[in-house]
Design a protein around this ligand. Structure first.
Ligand SMILES: Cc1cc2nc3c(=O)[nH]c(=O)nc-3n(C[C@H](O)[C@H](O)[C@H](O)COP(=O)(O)OP(=O)(O)OC[C@H]3O[C@@H](n4cnc5c(N)ncnc54)[C@H](O)[C@@H]3O)c2cc1C
Length: 449
């Protein structure tokens, strides 16, 4: 029996603290989504269920860009710059991952054809001037009657994880006031079928990544841009991936993102900092670390979006496996009746939720700018989200195949496709090893290699 006096004290203490903590500053943490977010998420889900998913197997087999679906998405407003802006300006940051999860739940290959353009338009947004936003971002998507896709070309045969190894050169021709681009890009999503190609090239090779810049190359207005081999892939087969060659491609001076003046100033500063590093090691160390933090923040701000895509695939496979386990009977009872299967499903559900929480945390941090705050990344939170979600997608889709047994291994059921699609999430947008490197450096403050 409890002591009535102590009970009364506890009640009054709880009341006092409760009143204090219901003030606005105390109640900002919330995982609830609001009505607008729910409505947009459900709209994306309906499109994924009605349009994307029924077409998934066909476009996976065809290994072609699903133009009719992109067109349909553009007509209803799922594809296009307006939609991306709509997702981006959410001050909670959650709309972007909510919608990505739904579309990739529908099918990852088709959804990548809808979302691959975002890589190029985001690069224009993060690196370009407001004039460049107006000039190029809409052109990445075209119009509902004339849809376009765009490509972001950074990787090269010799420069994947190591972006400092980029060899594609951009040389400024003072005579004509044009940039001349030469080089080969690899694995470019939408490479060659896009009109707008955003190309990362080196302007001053002596400076490594600090000597690089991004350029807008509109294929329809230049000569010398050729698509190389279209790659035949393990998964994401409805999304086009190809090498792209640049042979003396000439573009106007103003096509460098951020503007030439700013680029020249940045390169001059990098040379000065390098010269100063020889004489004032400690000062150079400080500025180097500031540079690293800025670039970490840029990548951290988008990584969770890729994580949300992986969660969409994992959730789709988990749902198929759960349904199957409830209906498939062996030994006279549903296979979910065995702990060996039920516990797998319990782990799958838990891992998906854990990954989503990391994605939502990173999403909320990335939206700090929308709230007039500075994103405060400390432990590679964006990398944690992408790493966890990618690895969960691979594991969950593999377990889904196991639960479906022989059926899971065939193309009669979707989980083998989902497993193939999931694997890329430990490779692109920074491999799992590179994400661990980012996190290890962030937590240690050391230049772990
Ligand atoms: C379907 C698909 C779509 C893509 N889309 C695009 C795109 O649109 N634009 C674009 O620019 N690129 C794109 N890529 C390229 C992608 O980003 C690269 O494949 C990725 O960055 C890895 O580079 P890599 O393949 O050269 O592997 P590598 O860098 O050669 O890595 C090979 C292995 O070594 C490991 N490794 C490398 N360095 C380290 C290290 N320091 N420590 C520990 N391990 C390390 C890696 O983790 C990996 O396991 C795409 C790739 C694919 C497959």
């Amino acid at each position: 029996m409890s002591d009535p006096v102590v009970s009364a004290d506890v009640m009054s203490l709880a009341g006092e603290l409760g009143a204090e903590r219901s003030k606005p500053d105390w109640s900002t943490f919330s995982l609830a989504i609001n009505d607008d977010q729910r409505e947009i998420r459900d709209w994306a889900h309906t499109f994924a269920a009605d349009v994307i998913r029924p077409a998934a197997a066909e476009w996976d087999e065809r290994e072609q860009t699903p133009w009719p679906i992109i067109q349909e998405a553009a007509k209803v407003g799922i594809y296009g710059l307006d939609m991306n802006i709509n997702l981006f300006v959410d001050p909670t940051g959650l709309l972007m991952p909510l919608v990505h999860e739904e579309l990739f739940w529908g099918d990852a290959g088709i959804a990548m054809s809808l979302k691959g353009t975002g890589l190029a338009s985001s690069a224009i947004f993060s690196n370009g001037t407001p004039e460049q936003w107006s000039q190029w971002m809409g052109r990445c998507y075209g119009t509902p009657d004339d849809v376009r896709v765009a490509a972001f070309c950074s990787s090269e045969p010799g420069a994947g994880s190591d972006v400092s190894a980029i060899r594609t050169r951009a040389v400024f021709d003072e005579r004509t006031s044009e940039w001349v681009i030469n080089g080969q890009k690899a694995w470019a999503t939408n490479g060659g079928i896009a009109d707008i190609h955003v190309v990362v090239a080196t302007v001053d090779p002596s400076l490594g990544t600090k000597g690089q810049a991004a350029f807008v190359v509109p294929k329809s207005e230049v000569r010398g841009l050729e698509q190389g081999t279209k790659l035949r892939k393990h998964g994401l087969r409805a999304s086009h991936t190809a090498d792209v060659f640049f042979d003396n491609v000439r573009i106007p001076a103003e096509n460098v993102l951020g503007g030439k003046e700013k680029l020249d100033a940045r390169i001059a500063r990098a040379h000065e900092a390098r010269a100063a590093a020889g004489t004032a090691a400690s000062g150079a160390g400080a500025s180097g670390s500031a540079g690293r933090n800025a670039s970490m923040a840029t990548f951290e701000m988008t990584r969770h979006i890729v994580g949300a895509q992986a969660i969409g695939i994992a959730r789709a496979a988990y749902e198929v496996a759960l349904d199957y386990a409830k209906t498939r009977e062996q030994f006279g009872r549903p296979i979910i009746d065995n702990q060996g299967i039920a516990f797998k499903l319990a782990d799958m559900a838990m891992e998906i939720d854990a990954a989503r929480l990391l994605v939502w945390r990173a999403a909320n941090m990335s939206a700090a700018l929308m709230r007039g705050e500075t994103p405060d990344y400390r432990h590679g939170e964006g990398s944690m989200a992408k790493l966890k979600a990618g690895e969960v997608a691979v594991k969950v889709t593999e377990e889904a195949i196991q639960i479906l047994g022989g059926n899971g291994y065939t193309r009669e059921y979707p989980v083998e496709r989902m497993h193939r699609d999931a694997k890329i999430y430990t490779i692109f947008e920074g491999t799992s090893e590179i994400q661990r490197l980012v996190i290890a450096r962030a937590i240690s403050g050391m230049r772990i290699r």
